[in-house]
Design a protein around this ligand. Structure first.
Ligand SMILES: [Zn+2]
Length: 82
């Protein structure tokens, strides 16, 4: 079982790879937060699964849709001056 301050492998989204981490926050028996030993970035423990699960395909689609509809609503405002 991991303990506070223990070394643990996890995926770092800054380094964009799995690096050595230290456990900084525990939640019961689960690791809550880790700190990357390479860049000192503190983040939620990803269980070394990579960053892709953070955003599902549906969420990614909604984000794209929002940015597209945002551009659409701006379009009518740009009227040509006479
Ligand atoms: Zn890092």
């Amino acid at each position: 079982m991991p303990r506070l301050g223990d070394d643990i492998d996890d995926y770092c989204s800054r380094c964009q790879r799995t690096t050595d981490h230290s456990v900084v926050v525990m939640s019961g028996e689960e690791v809550e937060k880790t700190r990357c030993r390479t860049c000192n970035y503190e983040h939620r423990f990803r269980k070394n699964k990579g960053g892709r699960k953070e955003m599902s395909a549906q969420e990614a689609f909604a984000k794209v849709l929002a940015s597209v509809s945002g551009q659409m609503s701006e379009a009518p405002k740009t009227k040509k001056k006479p």
